[in-house]
Design a protein around this ligand. Structure first.
Ligand SMILES: Cc1cc2nc3c(=O)[nH]c(=O)nc-3n(C[C@H](O)[C@H](O)[C@H](O)COP(=O)(O)OP(=O)(O)OC[C@H]3O[C@@H](n4cnc5c(N)ncnc54)[C@H](O)[C@@H]3O)c2cc1C
Length: 449
């Protein structure tokens, strides 16, 4: 333990080479990596972990609905491309994803007997189907790594005194040569992530991008009709527009009793939260025929009218495939328009319930067309930050060295995980990012300490 930087003021306080605040995926990975790195170099290194919850890995335990989608299949480049849609964030994470990849993570879990399975969509889960197996493996790895662990220890303050960090909890003060901040984002604040780390980073001189919702449901001003609650639309394009700007995402959409959820809504929520911030409102639409242009869809409707003039439009819609691939209209790779939605399509298009194709005048055909391509879903009331799987925003990426996760502002400070200003998609990308950034923070803190 190198304790020659102690002053009269800090003498007597427990001292560590590396102190980590936050025992989530990033902090745990940082602790294990720091121990391995120190062991390899033969340098003495004491590591302390402070966590405000009663045990480590609380979010790991609830992740993936308790099943833990721990990472995603593919090369690091593929993970970055699919998981991080904003190029600057993918660029920032590149070194971390190559240094501690999904294969490294799975090998680490494998070394503790945790087998994993890859789903057809690329998501990787523990074979046990239980997130606790992953959390327990990391608890064992932490113990093996000889990390001094303090639980129910919420850090209140961090100060830089000379070359030391002085870290204060409710009843204790610790000193350290290197500090790793791994306190996570700000969603799900009830399980420990209420933004303490952002306040600490700001107090140490870092710039914080205001946190905002991501991977969150969308609440609308008027809740969807009760008859639609629980309904899923497969592979539509969800469009959000405000102030002349428009953002969209292809995927499944779920109607809820407060608005919308499902992959398309969750993925688009970060953009919607930004539009709400800029314009104060945002309108949502669903393109039910995302594979067809309006002209192509109109040609299909005309063909249908010629083929079955006596058929009620309502009946046709009830079996109509959503987003059929071009040239194969009539097959339903993504499912059909749900029957419960049809009355609302008719209503928005201003069509009589029993109108047949032969009675559908041109003007009405056009309004049907426009509803199918732009089904109105209402106006957004809120994108609830606390209900997001993650939060966007955090410590500005420009102030952190992506090769080491070291601060460009404060010497010997390292920052990692969701605390940083990146936000990944659903699919195991966020846990992988926390493990990867945590790992290189640990390795480099051990070198610096
Ligand atoms: C419901 C839910 C499901 C999810 N499912 C998945 C999934 O299946 N796959 C996926 O990839 N991602 C998933 N995520 C996202 C993923 O869990 C997070 O992105 C990831 O855990 C972030 O890791 P982290 O270590 O940066 O932060 P966290 O895991 O949030 O850890 C931060 C830790 O710091 C502690 N802390 C905070 N302040 C202090 C303080 N002042 N003093 C001491 N300790 C402090 C907190 O208690 C917390 O334990 C999910 C998230 C949620 C909420």
């Amino acid at each position: 333990m190198s304790n020659n930087k102690t002053t009269a003021e800090t003498a007597g306080q427990p001292h560590s080479t590396i102190l980590i605040i936050g025992g989530g995926a990033a902090g745990i990975a940082a602790a294990i990596a720091a121990r391995r790195s120190a062991k390899a170099s033969g340098e003495p290194c004491s590591i302390t972990l402070l966590e405000r919850n009663a045990r480590p890995g609380t979010k790991i335990r609830i992740s993936g609905g308790g099943k833990c989608n721990v990472t995603h299949r593919g090369t690091p480049a593929e993970l970055l491309e699919q998981g991080f849609l904003r190029r600057n964030e993918a660029r920032f994470l590149r070194h971390a994803f190559y240094s501690f990849s999904n294969s490294d993570l799975l090998a680490l879990l494998g070394s503790r007997g945790v087998e994993t399975e890859e789903r057809p969509d690329g998501k990787v889960f523990p074979l046990s189907g239980d997130a606790a197996t992953v959390a327990r493996a990391f608890e064992e790895l932490l113990r093996e790594s000889r990390v001094e662990q303090h639980y129910s220890s919420r850090v209140r303050r961090v100060e830089r005194k000379g070359e030391l960090f002085v870290v204060t909890t409710a009843d204790k003060a610790f000193t350290a040569d290197c500090l790793i901040l791994a306190t996570g984002g700000v969603s799900w604040s009830r399980i420990g992530t209420s933004g303490d780390g952002l306040a600490i980073a700001r107090a140490l001189g870092h710039t914080i991008t205001k946190p905002s919702a991501a991977l969150a449901p969308l609440f609308t001003l008027n809740a969807p009709p009760a008859s639609l609650s629980g309904l899923a639309l497969r592979s539509i394009t969800l469009v959000a527009t405000a102030g002349g700007r428009s953002v969209e995402r292809r995927g499944d959409l779920l109607f809820t009793h407060r608005g919308f959820s499902g992959p398309a809504a969750l993925s688009l929520s970060r953009d919607v939260a930004e539009l709400m911030g800029e314009s104060g409102n945002c309108a949502l639409f669903a393109d039910l025929f995302a594979e067809q242009s309006s002209a192509e869809l109109e040609a299909e409707l005309l063909k249908q009218g010629r083929k079955s003039g006596a058929q009620m439009v309502r009946k046709f819609l009830q079996s109509c495939p959503i987003a059929p691939p071009n040239g194969s209209f009539g097959t339903a790779p993504h499912g059909t328009i749900p029957t419960a939605l049809v009355p609302f399509i008719m209503l928005h298009a201003g069509l009589e319930n029993d109108v047949t194709w032969s009675k559908l005048v041109r003007e009405k055909r056009h309004s049907l067309l426009s509803v199918l391509k732009r089904f109105p879903l209402g106006s957004v009331r809120e994108v609830p930050l606390d209900q997001g799987e993650i939060s966007a925003g955090g410590v500005s990426l420009g102030e952190v060295n992506p090769k080491t996760m070291s601060s460009r502002v404060v010497p010997h400070l390292f920052l990692c995980g969701e605390l940083l200003d990146y936000a990944g998609e659903i699919g195991g990308f966020n846990l992988q990012a926390a493990f990867s950034t945590g790992w290189i923070a640990g390795v480099n803190a051990a070198k610096a300490g």
